[in-house]
Design a protein around this ligand. Structure first.
Ligand code: ADP
Length: 425
């Protein structure tokens, strides 16, 4: 047998087929890594037009990727997926955990295990779990429309978050005063009514049906953190307990959506050590197998607080494709397939990744902008091939490798990319 990087014939892994729940851009980027490792991916994703399937056809990757076409939360489809692979991992964690548990009991191998996901999927329970490990988090509480946040100990501005199914800032609301809070609840109750009407007409999407029906368990409130920077670290853990940490990355969000990421983050060695210790404690406590994205706040006083844990590859780690010898996608596959973890060190003095977010509703491939972005020295343009562009939708990203570890130069490149991409900048 050949083609499995880092493993000789005697150590060939038993795992040859890896099931992936999800078929978006993260699964698409995982396909390239699978090919490098000689692994086959089988995806569970709703549509043949989803990036991982549509792009693999276009790119002529071996042959068309194997897929079970079904919604992410369809556990019966996951049972079919399980028949085609030895291990199942996640690109998307919005699954129906109780239904998947029955599969795990029957012997289906999920990596990370479902008990790991169970601690993380609900943001409030995730916070409680982090607190139980003595890891630093912003003050938080569950909140209902009947609660006065002040009596719960929160002042404006405050942050209200949907406990489940939030992504790319959808479900995160920074509220500056009581009027905004009132508007928020009103809007939310209207949406609830619309959803109920849809459900009565039997039109609701299966993934929405899997949501918690009790409104009183849907939101949490937390203190607004006046952070100096946002940081992220990608961390992987193998079945053997080996942990591999990537360099700490700085991320910048606008309107709660990630615009760009820079490695290495401009932080002191003490902060670096603190972030690494948080990641190691977390993964060891979870006995997690796989890769995790950990997002953090760094305050002006040098306090590090954990914001969020993603039990999978993450937007913050995209630059590892060009900047490290093992990308986050390869590392996830290595961890879940029982291969030795790969080298995580930066192979370049610095790197910057900029998201290409949709700025209009259109059917366009933006070839001109992509060509111009590709002319930036050291740039690689990744295009996800989504059928339609919409406001805020992640359509692709650009990674630029730098010759010098110069943070100001990295920020200037992020601005240059944004100026070439967004028509209004
Ligand atoms: P998502 O799960 O959708 O990514 P997050 O909870 O990570 O949502 O929030 C998205 C962004 O909103 C964060 O990256 C940060 O910029 C901002 N944000 C979230 N929580 C807070 C907070 N407590 N204080 C200040 N800003 C916050």
């Amino acid at each position: 047998m050949t083609g499995v990087a880092g493993v000789d014939d005697a150590q060939a892994p038993e795992i040859r087929q890896v099931g992936v729940i999800g078929g978006g851009q993260l699964a698409w980027m995982m396909l390239g890594a699978a090919q490098k490792l000689g692994l086959e991916l089988v995806l569970q994703t709703p549509l043949a037009t989803d990036p991982a399937i549509a792009n693999s056809l276009q790119a002529g990757l071996n042959e068309a990727v194997n897929a079970v076409l079904a919604p992410i939360a369809d556990a019966e489809a996951t049972a079919r997926l399980a028949q085609q692979c030895q291990v199942i991992t996640f690109e998307n964690e919005f699954v129906d955990l109780p239904a998947l548990r029955q599969l795990e009991v029957q012997g289906v191998c999920f990596r990370p295990r479902l008990s790991v996901l169970a601690s993380l999927l609900d943001k409030h329970e995730q916070r409680q779990f982090l607190q139980s490990l003595d890891l630093p988090v912003p003050p938080f509480a569950a909140i209902t429309p009947q609660d006065d946040p002040r009596s719960l100990g929160f002042e404006f501005p405050m942050v209200v978050k949907a406990r489940r199914h939030g992504y790319d800032g959808q479900g995160t609301f920074i509220l500056k005063d009581a009027v905004e809070l009132e508007q928020f609840w009103q809007q939310f109750q209207q949406q609830e009514l619309q959803a109920q009407n849809l459900q009565e007409q039997n039109l609701q999407a299966p993934e929405l049906q899997a949501q918690e029906p009790n409104l009183n368990h849907r939101f949490m409130v937390e203190a607004f953190v006046p952070f100096e920077r946002e940081l992220a670290i990608m961390a992987a853990r193998a079945e053997t307990g080996e942990v591999a940490l990537y360099p700490v990355i700085e991320t910048q969000q606008k309107k709660q959506v990630c615009r760009w990421a820079i490695a290495p983050a401009p932080i002191s060695p003490a902060i670096q050590t603190q972030v690494e210790a948080i990641a190691t404690t977390l993964l060891a406590s979870l006995e997690a197998v796989g890769i995790f994205g950990i997002e953090l706040f760094l305050t002006a006083a040098g306090e590090v607080l954990v914001n969020e844990i993603a039990p999978r590859t993450h937007n913050s780690g995209h630059l590892t494709i060009e900047a490290c010898s093992t990308s986050q996608f390869e590392q996830q596959l290595r961890a879940v397939a029982g291969l030795p973890l790969g080298d995580t060190a930066l192979q370049t003095p610095a790197a910057v990744m900029v998201n290409l977010l949709g700025f209009e509703t259109a059917h366009a491939n933006y070839q001109d902008q992509r060509d111009r972005l590709g002319e930036i020295p050291g740039a690689t343009v990744h295009w996800y091939g989504k059928a339609e562009s919409k406001l805020g939708r992640k359509l692709g990203h650009v990674t630029v490798l730098l010759d010098h570890p110069n943070h100001a130069a990295a920020v200037a490149i992020a601005q240059q990319v944004e100026a070439l991409w967004y028509p209004s900048l």
